[in-house]
Design a protein around this ligand. Structure first.
Ligand SMILES: Cc1ncc(COP(=O)(O)O)c(C=O)c1O
Length: 334
């Protein structure tokens, strides 16, 4: 386990110049897509497994179970393989198809949940399925990313210190996507201690219950949830931004056009959280956006015009892009 933990490498930050509304801003994007399985969840998976191993050692053949929108599943699949464990991933309709194929190719057993949970997602149905699986099979071990304190802890110990170091003394604002809230809670716990002046913005989805608000349909995989986070409280962040799918897609597409970098959906939401701050006159000297994954697995959704028509947001995306461009929005690699 110590070796797995030690193998977590620092992810890079890339400097981006943002032109918007006649001003020029300095932004850093932290590219979590450069973790071994392509997302920030490689960190979370390492922390979760180390913790359940500490409680009762994982042995070859142990069956791991987790509810996941996909990224944690990919990360756990890799580590389960290294540990000779079996892994059952409970997924739903919103799990991107490329992620499902990668999971199957990694030897993961999939349990598919197709019953909406009445809160704009499938999380509550997935959790029910996990409890049933573990109830029927005494030896199954649930990593439980929603309640296991090892989730925020690994981000307090790795992601947070990296951000403080890479952001440097000028860093004054950080934007973080929330679902379980583990990433944000960990980053916040570190920054509040060493850099209390840094503004922390929770970036949530419209229709998510993580940072309050009312439940509703959500289209962006990995962002938001059908219930409040067990890791966050009112001191964890200074402001919450709830972003809709159309603005998220607009930001992902403009960022790709301008820089050649395809970010994942929730990263587009994070960029929108940052732009919303600029709109409201919060102008960080140096901001950092944590970008949880890359765009590859969203070629059939965020970057696909047919999908935009299917979910009925094509017009809204065009409108959002026109407005952003009308305000002079341009991204440029520094
Ligand atoms: C793409 C993506 N963005 C953001 C998040 C949110 O991370 P957390 O669960 O730590 O709040 C996740 C988590 O699954 C994710 O997969």
């Amino acid at each position: 386990m110590e070796e797995l933990r030690a193998a977590l490498a620092e992810t890079p930050v890339t400097g981006v110049v943002v032109e918007y509304r006649g001003r020029v801003h300095e932004l850093l994007i932290k590219q979590e897509s450069l973790n071994p399985t392509g997302s920030i969840k490689d960190r979370t998976a390492t922390g979760l497994l180390a913790e359940i191993d500490r409680k009762e050692p994982l042995v070859p053949g142990t069956v791991l179970v987790e509810s996941t929108s996909g990224n944690l599943g990919l990360a756990l699949a890799r580590l389960a393989r290294l540990l000779d464990c079996r892994f059952i991933a409970v997924i739903d309709e919103k799990t991107p198809h490329p992620t499902r194929r990668s999971l199957v190719a990694s030897g993961v057993e999939l349990k598919f949940v197709d019953e909406p949970d009445g809160q704009g997602g499938y999380l509550l149905s997935r959790l029910r399925a996990v409890r049933e699986l573990c109830g029927e099979n005494a030896g199954h071990r649930w990593t439980n990313q929603y309640e296991n304190a090892a989730n925020p802890r690994i981000h307090r110990e790795t992601t947070g210190p990296e951000i403080a170091r890479q952001g440097g003394a000028e860093l004054d604002a950080v934007y973080v996507a929330v679902s379980t809230g583990g990433t944000l809670a960990g980053i916040s716990a570190h920054l509040r201690t060493v850099r209390p002046e840094v503004r922390i913005v929770a970036v949530d989805a419209t229709g998510s219950l993580v940072t309050g608000g009312a439940g509703g349909e959500r289209l962006i995989a990995g962002l938001g949830a059908s219930r409040a986070s067990t890791f966050l409280d009112s001191t964890s962040y200074d402001a919450a931004a709830r972003i809709d799918a159309a603005h998220t897609v607009a930001a992902c597409r403009m960022f790709l056009e301008d820089t050649g970098i395809a970010l994942g959906g929730s990263s587009g939401s994070v960029l929108c959280g940052y732009l919303g701050d600029l709109d409201r006159g919060h102008r960080p000297r140096r901001a950092l956006c944590v970008c949880p994954d890359g765009g590859g697995k969203y070629l059939g959704t965020v970057f696909d015009d047919t999908w935009l028509n299917t979910v009925n947001i094509a017009g809204d995306v065009k409108h959002a892009i026109d407005l952003f461009r009308g305000e002079g929005l341009r991204f440029r690699l520094d």
